[in-house]
Design a protein around this ligand. Structure first.
Ligand code: AMP
Length: 319
């Protein structure tokens, strides 16, 4: 990344008195920790600025820091910074915001240019990796809690350094964070990985009932009665999908969760070979090459998606 981009982003941050930091809907730990770490860093550096991290709050992410409830329509003129989201229509909760300029900091494949000033690197492990790079390359300040959040976002989105976007740079940054801020990282893992026993039992159900095809495609349809039986929430399957990596018989795996209230099927797709995001994009979705999501309204569309992914696996094996 050219140093010039970091410099330009810093200049914009310096210029605005009010800054809003937003991320994608249905957030994961990297989305939340990246926005909170950046908010704290800007506040530490410029204590007089008004900096808000916005979006629906998720109870289990409260340990990373609280989000701001703010009347968006009153905030003008302001700078909007997007972390961990490639396009404007996936940004959570900015409909009433009148921003003057926007900056994007993201590691998704770039599906939409939203600004002339973008720190986008789809080879980065996480949005937190990019925020850490930004802070280390500018006069923006860091402290222990910012470093902890950045560490957690990187660990979570790289799936504990298992995924392919984990590079030497990821390890260098993590090592620097640990060194510079004396992070006692063993204590931090509980905030990502501690779960109640009903979730472990639900995990067992997923393993028991995953349908595995000859092609290497595996899928499971999770209906509301199962969600209720195990007393888990609709986001739980998303949090577990990475655990099903490295199954010998499986190349691509899909969780299909029916959201009764919104009458929509929420779909998580992962791969350890075939590129899946182009298929996901045809089903109101998108994401990374090997980690995507989609949303469809009918079971016919679910079946069509499964068929397409099955063919993709067959083709991949053939090659
Ligand atoms: P998930 O399976 O929800 O953890 O999402 C995996 C990746 O796909 C993340 O990078 C998401 O931002 C992205 N993603 C999930 N759902 C969608 C969607 N409906 N449209 C575009 N990208 C999505």
């Amino acid at each position: 990344m050219s140093r010039n981009v970091y410099k330009q982003i810093y200049k914009k941050i310096k210029k605005y008195q009010t800054i809003v930091i937003a991320r994608h809907v249905g957030p994961d730990p990297d989305a939340v920790t990246s926005q909170i770490a950046l908010r704290e860093s800007i506040k530490c550096t410029f204590p007089k600025k008004n900096v808000y991290a916005v979006g629906a709050s998720v109870h289990r992410f409260k340990k990373f820091g609280l989000l701001d409830k703010v009347a968006m329509e009153t905030l003008k003129p302001c700078l909007l910074i997007l972390t961990d989201v490639p396009n404007l229509d996936r940004v959570d909760d900015i409909t009433d915001l009148h921003y003057q300029e926007v900056i994007k900091i993201d590691h998704h494949p770039c599906s939409e240019k939203v600004s002339d000033l973008e720190l986008v690197d789809d080879t980065a492990s996480s949005a937190c990796q990019l925020v850490a790079e930004l802070i280390y390359n500018t006069p923006l300040k860091m402290n222990v809690s910012i470093a902890e959040n950045l560490f957690l976002g990187i660990v979570s989105d790289s799936d504990r350094f298992l995924l392919s976007y984990t590079t030497a740079k990821t390890f260098q940054l993590v090592s620097k964070l640990i060194d510079d801020y004396h992070l006692e990282f063993n204590h931090l893992y509980a905030s990502l990985y501690e779960r109640p026993i009903n979730e472990i039992r639900f995990h067992g159900y997923l393993g028991e009932n995953l349908e595995i095809q000859e092609s290497g495609l595996a899928y499971i349809k999770i209906m509301p009665e199962i969600i209720n039986k195990y007393n888990v929430d609709l986001a739980t399957p998303s949090n577990m999908i990475n655990d099903f990596n490295f199954i010998k018989e499986v190349l691509v795996w899909v969780f299909i969760t029916y959201d009764e209230k919104n009458e929509i099927y929420k779909i998580n797709i992962r791969s350890r070979g075939p590129v899946i995001n182009l298929v996901a994009e045809q089903y109101h979705g998108g994401g990374h090459k090997f980690a995507s999501g989609a949303r469809v309204k009918t079971m016919e569309e679910v079946e069509a998606l499964i068929k397409e992914l099955d063919a993709l696996c067959v083709q991949y094996k053939g090659n």
